[in-house]
Structures are given as C-alpha cells and as structure tokens.
Design a protein. Structure first.
Length: 543
C-alpha cells in the first residue's frame, strides 16, 4: 500500500508531505480545489506521462516521491525491493529542458519498467472511466481480464493462426489486384525470351567470332597475294622460254666471248624456277580460307549487333545477363500464378484453423461472461439496482475475424421490471454507468492482485440512498484493499476511515494547495460542510 507521498513544485502544489494508512481514505474539498492533482501525482509514480507543464510556475523542477509497503510475492520483479522492510521508494523528477527521471530505491529505471512493476500495485478508476463500458474493445478487455490465463493461452495460439491467415489473404488480394498486370508482364517476358532464346547466344561467342573473323580475313589476304604472285610468274612463262632459247643459241656458238652472258643467264633460269616452285609450295601448305564460314561469321556478328541494340546492351555478356534477369522474373511471376491456384485452398485451411481457435476463445468468453454477469448483478443489487437485470452477451461473427477473435461483446441491462434487456449505451445514464463500473471493479478487486484502488470522482450523477450504497460498497472493498476516493458526497465520505480535506488558497499573488488530515470532530464538520452547513475556510481555521 501507499504509506507516504511527498509532492514538491507540482502544478499548483508547492510542497506536501502526506502519510497514509490502510483502509478507506477519502479526499474532499470544493470543486477546483486540487483534489485530482493528488491523483495525477500518484499516476506519475505508476509510470504516467510527464510534462514540463506540470512544473510549478517559477520553479525549475518538480518532485513526486512515494513510499510503498509491498508483499514481495505480489511483484513480478522483486529485485528493487528492500528485503528488510519490503519497501519501495519511487521517485519521479521532472526538470525543465531535461528528460524526466524515475528511480526505485535509488536505482534508475525506465518508465516502461516502472509501469510493469507498478501494474499490480495500484489501480485507478478515473472520473470518466465509466465511459469505457460503452466501448466495445474495453468490454472485450473486461471479459478477457476476467477469463484470466486460460484465455490468454488460447489467444496467443489464435493470434499465430490469425497472422498466417492474414498473410495468405494479403497474398490472395495482391494476386487479384495485380492479375491483369501480371498477365501482361508474363506475355511481354515470354515474347522477349522466345525472341532471344531462339538464337542461342553464348556469353563469349562474340569475342570468339571476332577472332575467327580476323583469322579468316588474314588467310584470305595471304592466299590472294600468293596467287597473284604465282599468276605473275605464270604470265612471265614466255620470258622464261626466251631465257632458255637464248641460252641454247649462245651455247651453240661455242664462243668464249659469250661465256660471261651464259654464266649470268643460267642462274637466272634456275632462280626463276626455284621461286615459282617455292610459291607453289607455300600455296600447297597454306590453310585455305573458307568464304562460306566467313560469310556465316559476318552474318552472326551482325545479328549479335542488332540484338544488342534492340535490348540496349553494351555487349553480348550484358545481353545474356538481361536474359537471365527476365527469365528469373518470368519464373517468379509464373510461380505466383501457379501458386495462386492452390492459394485458395491454403486460405480455406488457414481460415478453418483460425476459426477453430476463435471458437475456443468464444467458449471461454461465453463461460466467463455468464460468471461475470452473475457476479456484477450481485454487487449491483448492493448499489441500489433493486429491480435491474444485467447480462453480457458474447456473439461469434465467423466472417469478421480480428486479432482478438470473432466475438462481439454486448453489455445489456434492464433497469425496470418488464423492460427487455437493451444495450447499456442506449439505456444507462452517467450515474448508472458509474455504479455498474463500481460493481465491476468490486468483482475485479476480488480477483486482481492489486494493493491499492483509487476512485476519482466516480459519484457523478449520484445522490441520496444510492450514494450511501456506493459508500458501503467502497468501504467493503477497503477491507481487502487500501482505497482512496475523491468525492463531493457526504453519503460516501462518512464511511471513510481516514479523511483529508483539500483547499486552494492564494497568498502573495500565488496559488497553492493546502491539505489536512481530519480528526473525528473535524471530519464531522467537513461532512456538514459538504451537506451545506458551513464553509471550508472555517473548517481550516479549526484544524
């Protein structure tokens, strides 16, 4: 429970030090006196959101410190607890232009961690919390909290199935939305692949063809030159015959004077014949050029050039890469189309598996709803709902599954005999909703492991005998839990074991909050004031 609260420079509070006891503590005062500021300060100790706006005007820092006496077995994380005293000292510090600080027994913790630790320590019911009763999500949350661990276990399994089910539905939707575009893409890719594949291009083919083309042109050039040389020699055959005839004639003269000419003509004849023989030998040994092959090479290179240009590729290797990319895209889209044929069956199987889990959730919630309805009815009668009926319906909508199942929760009530059950949103007033919420809170106080319950002005729209019944109910809750209640009703305040009165005063043009714990005489005087018999200022003058 909360045993001590220190508040400094928080909104209009300059400094307060308050000690609290177990049982039922009530906080009263005029409207606007600052009663809810105390609750706001406590909320920060639970991990509530801070803001520089909460720092008192003219100050640089606000401090809220709470001392809690806690049963170690109630904590999820008892590491921060003082083992000798079972005490938590929680400090929240809000400083201008700096992140807020949170500490437990001197150890700095994150706000998230603080929330986790304090979740089972204090529960706050605010002024407008009864509006949660008309929120479908909050109605489901109440049922789920009441159902406890069995439902949470099934819910985790359900959500795994639901996530898979949603994934398959998304795939199916994408296929349906993109079907026409995918078909167009497949058609275009098919055309390109057919166009390119029929030519069977090879990655290194262009370089090999260019090398072969170079070789063929070289052989052709040599062959041409040698043949031309041979032709020239063939054309000079008559010259050779003249040389031979001249040799014969000069030799027949048998004149030494012509011997010098014979000596020069004979080597010429031999050399000419040798050159002709050598050229013929080279021609015989030369690898012949293949004009048909060269023509085929040129044709292939031309085709490669045209396809590189057609598909905007720098070289054949890039064209091959492009072909592989579009083939991969084609296979992916084709697989998507192929899989879509079996996707409907997968969706159906996932739907059935998810629905099976949803039915289990529905069964647990339906059973819990019956028990909670009966328990709430019992406490509603204590709160002056003498002839009312309350019922929680759980309706499974198999066609509209969400991450929480397919259940639609309805809180129904009949306030008068003979009237049918109707949705609580259409029948109950604000005051009636507050009483129903209190009945629900009473049920949950029996099953939830919280030490302290805070009711912040839940008496809206209530008076007379009904207010007395609420006071009795809160006092009953305080027999198990420490209870704080902010109220304007004397009928509720009179049941409190401890009474604090709050007043807002102005001194030296500054507003501040005063708070005093009342003894029995002053408590009676404050209750009289609440009924309308005295002024708050006179009460403070007596304290």
């Amino acid at each position: 429970m909360l045993t001590h609260l220190r508040v400094k420079n928080f909104t209009i509070i300059d400094e307060l030090d308050l000690d609290f006891d177990s049982g039922f503590t009530v906080l009263t005062g005029e409207t606007g006196a600052g009663k809810s500021i105390i609750i706001d300060a406590i909320s920060l100790l639970l991990g509530g959101q801070s803001s520089e706006d909460l720092i008192r005007t003219g100050e640089s820092q606000a401090i809220i410190e709470g001392v809690f006496q806690i049963d170690p077995t109630r904590l999820k994380d008892p590491d921060f607890l003082d083992e000798e005293t079972n005490t938590f000292i929680i400090l929240r510090k809000i400083t201008r232009n700096k992140p807020s600080e949170a500490k437990i027994n001197g150890f700095t913790v994150t706000i998230k961690k603080l929330k986790e630790i304090m979740a089972n320590i204090i529960a706050i019911s605010g002024q407008n919390e009864h509006m949660l009763l008309i929120n479908p999500d909050q109605q489901r949350n109440l049922i789920d909290q009441f159902s406890g661990i069995p439902l949470q276990t099934v819910l985790k399994t359900y959500q795994v199935h639901f996530a898979h089910y949603q994934e398959l539905l998304n795939q199916q939707h994408q296929i349906e939305v993109n079907q026409a575009d995918i078909n167009r893409q497949i058609e275009n890719l098919t055309f390109q692949l057919t166009d390119i594949d029929e030519h069977h291009f090879i990655r290194d083919e262009e370089d090999q063809l260019l090398q072969r083309q170079k070789e063929q042109k070289y052989f052709s050039m040599i062959n041409t030159q040698l043949n031309q040389a041979k032709d020239q020699l063939d054309q000079s055959f008559s010259a050779q015959m003249v040389v031979a005839s001249s040799l014969d004639k000069l030799t027949s003269l048998s004149n030494p004077a012509y011997q010098a000419i014979l000596d020069r003509l004979k080597p010429l004849q031999i050399e000419t014949e040798d050159i002709a023989n050598q050229i013929q030998h080279e021609l015989n040994n030369l690898t012949p050029s293949d004009e048909e092959e060269l023509e085929a090479i040129d044709s292939r290179l031309d085709k490669i050039f045209r396809y590189k240009t057609k598909y905007n590729c720098q070289n054949l290797s890039e064209l091959i890469d492009y072909t592989e990319q579009i083939r991969s895209k084609y296979e992916q889209l084709s697989a998507w189309i192929t899989n879509s044929a079996g996707l409907a069956e997968q969706v159906n199987n996932a739907t059935q598996a998810t629905l099976e889990q949803a039915k289990q959730l529905h069964k647990i919630r339906s059973d819990a709803a019956k028990l909670l309805s009966a328990a709430v009815m019992t406490h509603m009668k204590d709160l002056h709902f003498l002839h009312s009926q309350f019922q929680i319906n759980v309706i499974l909508d198999e066609k509209h599954l969400t991450q929480f199942g397919g259940d639609k929760i309805e809180f129904l009530i009949s306030l008068n005999p003979g009237e049918p059950l109707k949705p609580i949103t259409a029948v109950a007033s604000g005051g009636e909703l507050s009483r129903i919420l209190l009945a629900i809170k009473t049920v949950f106080s029996d099953i939830q492991e919280v030490d302290t319950v805070i009711f912040d002005e839940i008496d809206t729209g209530i008076g007379g005998v009904t207010a007395i019944k609420i006071g009795e109910k809160i006092e009953k809750i305080s027999q198990k839990n420490q209870v704080f209640c902010i109220t304007h009703l004397a009928q509720i305040a009179k049941f409190a074991h401890h009474h604090f009165v709050i007043q807002k005063v102005v001194e030296q043009d500054k507003t501040r909050v005063q708070i005093q714990k009342l003894d029995s005489d002053n408590k009676l005087a404050e209750i009289q004031r609440m009924i309308g018999g005295t002024e708050l200022t006179s009460l403070f003058s007596r304290v």
